[in-house]
Design a protein around this ligand. Structure first.
Ligand SMILES: Cc1cc2nc3c(=O)[nH]c(=O)nc-3n(C[C@H](O)[C@H](O)[C@H](O)COP(=O)(O)OP(=O)(O)OC[C@H]3O[C@@H](n4cnc5c(N)ncnc54)[C@H](O)[C@@H]3O)c2cc1C
Ligand code: FES
Length: 267
């Protein structure tokens, strides 16, 4: 159930010059939150920015087997995220969520490829935790983390809690293989066909991943980021074009942000 509430900041730490993560204590509404779902935030007592801002749930925070909060991983890009980076322990933040549809987790999908471009890693860590809980061993799975430069490569250590194979790429070659993450993804798929590819990142990256998944006939779900005004299906600001004759446009905030790649327009 979606709840609007005032959350309390538990911590807010920078990771590097561009990224930070914040812990928010909130009500029990997040116990059933699914990986890929998101929240919208507003800073109380501030008239700007006017619109709430969407962020993926990065992880759940638990105590004594109960969900007591959520963690958000964010990139500082503009006025909201700059102000968010200044929030201190005990500050209040207006939180609305959980929103949207998340990734599907199925007994049939045990060989997994996780594909994250930049801040697209945020929901995939929650997904990785949930897949682990569901019994995925990761012995035949891989995670692909790509970015423009070393600063964009986040959460590597999370994945060392299993034997998932890690591939890192940066466009400038400052960490891992130089180039795009689609290169190691294509190579991996030739020898280790996954049951499912889960991807999150920029639209060009997602289109490239969808094209590879189609070529290799692998199921693929992607989490799409668009600009969002209302986040609840009221403004039509987040429309995305689909392949389906029955429904040419869908709304990322209520129909997504996670879509079956087959539904989306070719890259
Ligand atoms: C479903 C969803 C989940 C998201 N999850 C995360 C997350 O986990 N962590 C995170 O850091 N960000 C996430 N975002 C993006 C985040 O909402 C924006 O970065 C944030 O709203 C920027 O606000 P701002 O006021 O700081 O920047 P603004 O001043 O609003 O924008 C600064 C720059 O970023 C661009 N921008 C803003 N929003 C987006 C967007 N949605 N897509 C592409 N470019 C954008 C603007 O065009 C502008 O160039 C998500 C977006 C969506 C739709
Ligand atoms: S953001 Fe308003 S309809 Fe999706």
């Amino acid at each position: 159930m979606t709840i609007q509430e005032t959350a309390t900041v538990l911590w807010n730490h920078s990771i590097n010059t561009e990224y930070a993560h914040i812990g928010l204590a909130c009500g029990a509404g997040y116990a059933d939150a699914r990986p890929g779902q998101f929240v919208t935030l507003r800073l109380p007592d501030r008239s700007t920015p006017l619109l709430r801002r969407p962020f993926s749930i990065h992880r759940k925070i638990s105590a004594n087997n109960e969900t007591t909060g959520i963690e958000i991983l964010y990139k500082i890009v503009g006025s909201f995220t700059r102000t968010l980076s200044l929030a201190k322990e005990g500050d209040r933040i207006d939180l609305l969520g959980p929103l949207g549809h998340g990734f599907s987790i199925s007994e049939q999908h045990r060989k997994i490829s996780l594909v994250a471009g930049g801040i697209g890693i945020a929901p995939l860590v929650f997904l990785y935790d949930a897949l682990k809980e569901s019994g995925v061993s990761f012995s035949e799975s891989a995670v692909f983390i790509g970015g423009r430069t070393q600063t964009d490569i986040l959460c590597k250590s999370v994945f060392s809690s299993s034997n998932i194979k890690q591939f890192i790429t940066t466009e400038d070659g400052s960490e891992g293989e130089a180039g795009m993450l689609t290169a190691p993804l294509s190579r991996w798929l030739k020898s280790h066909r996954p049951d499912m590819i889960y991807a999150c990142g920029s639209m060009p990256m997602l289109k490239a991943v969808i094209a590879i998944a189609r070529l290799e006939h692998v199921f693929c779900e992607v989490s799409v980021e668009t600009m969002m005004a209302c986040g609840i299906g009221a403004c039509l600001g987040c429309a995305i074009q689909t392949n389906m004759d029955s429904e040419k446009y869908r709304h990322v905030c209520v129909d997504g942000p996670v879509f079956n790649a087959e539904e989306l327009i070719e890259g």
